[in-house]
Design a protein around this ligand. Structure first.
Ligand code: NAP
Length: 312
């Protein structure tokens, strides 16, 4: 069991956590970042980030994650790979409990634990997970060379990742529950211009079927209620994100979507506990805004530490 007192413990190593780490470490605060295992969060699973300022040619999600981590580490941020299972308040200190590396006392905690992909919840989704059902085109796309694949969803992730899949698949069929995409216009333009992309509108997946691996999707048109069967070699599900807030165990106020409520300084209702990035209510859910949130949270943490008395 590790027992240490930090000025700042950051939970989650996506862009918000890494920016918070950089600002906290440069403020000469003893800073620990705890991550479940994949530095970069959602961007580590993104082929190309082309809307983070400063990279006119875009940058690979992995390269950006690694560069952000290296930069914060250079200024003294420490990193621990473990899952956080709870946060508690112990007098002036906050206690972060991990599953296998003990607990850490901190003057401040910045929660940047981001989100994970929502599940469709239809028959076959669990059964065929990693056997044709995927939530990560960058990780699994190459397994679908020359196959027909479906992408479920109409947001940025569905269209961005669908376009990425056209590098491998013979055809990418986007199945969307409405007749208009939600994705950024520039992504829509690219998708409509790509000869490998097709669209099935006003339709949802009722079940995923196959024999050992995915072979088909049962679909229903939500307007006409007409049912159909679509033969595919795989299905990528991008129907939105779900915030990772389970470990907050009722300590913090969450909205109906389980995002953490914060003010414009990234303060939660509990003194010394801040939240930043995708995890917070009303986040723009972009790399650049997450990084901005992280910086704001670290600046607030520094002020909180300097304004309070600590028995050391
Ligand atoms: P999102 O923007 O919430 O879009 C989810 C899509 O899935 C929507 O089109 C939604 O339909 C559909 N959907 C939701 N539940 C469904 C269900 N049960 N069955 C069928 N379809 C369902 O999620 P996202 O695309 O994962 O993006 C998450 C955030 O990350 C967004 O803020 C996005 O801007 C950001 N992001 C940005 C980029 C980028 O900048 N390139 C890339 C990826 C993600 P409706 O449209 O009808 O609601």
């Amino acid at each position: 069991m590790v027992n240490a007192i930090y000025d700042v413990v950051i939970i989650g190593g996506g862009p918000a956590g890494l920016a918070a780490g950089l600002y906290a470490a440069r403020a000469r605060l003893r800073t620990l970042l705890i991550d479940k295992g994949m530095i970069g969060g959602q961007i580590a699973l993104t082929d190309r980030v082309e809307n983070y300022s400063g990279f006119p040619g875009g940058i690979s999600g992995t390269d950006l994650s690694m560069a952000m981590h290296e930069q914060a580490t250079k200024f003294g941020m420490e990193t621990l790979y473990s899952a956080v299972e709870a946060i508690e308040v112990d007098g002036r200190y906050r206690v972060v409990k991990t599953t296998d590396e003990g607990e850490f006392r901190a003057k401040t905690v910045i929660i940047t634990s981001g989100s994970e992909h929502k599940k469709l919840g239809v028959p076959g989704e669990k059964e065929f997970a990693a056997r044709g059902v995927s939530y990560c085109a960058v990780c699994d796309g190459a397994f679908f060379k020359d196959k027909v694949v479906a992408v479920v969803g109409g947001g940025d992730a569905a269209i961005d990742e669908g376009l990425f899949l056209t590098k491998f698949a013979s055809k990418v069929i986007v199945i969307h529950r409405r007749d208009q995409l939600r994705a950024f216009k520039i992504l829509q333009e690219r998708a409509f211009a790509n000869p490998k992309m097709e669209f099935i509108w006003d339709t949802v997946v009722e079940s995923i079927t196959g024999n050992g691996e995915v072979e088909a999707l049962s679909l229903i048109n939500v307007k006409t209620e007409e049912r159909s069967n679509l033969k595919v070699g795989g299905v990528f599900i991008y129907i939105g994100l779900q915030p990772n807030t389970d470990f907050t165990n009722g300590l913090l106020t969450l909205d109906s979507g389980r995002h953490i409520l914060v003010n414009d300084k990234m303060e939660t209702g509990v003194p010394g506990i801040l939240a930043a990035g995708d995890i917070r209510q009303q986040s723009a859910r972009q790399v650049v805004s997450a990084a901005g949130d992280g910086a704001t949270a670290a600046i607030t943490a520094e002020k909180y530490i300097s304004e309070n008395k600590w028995e050391e």
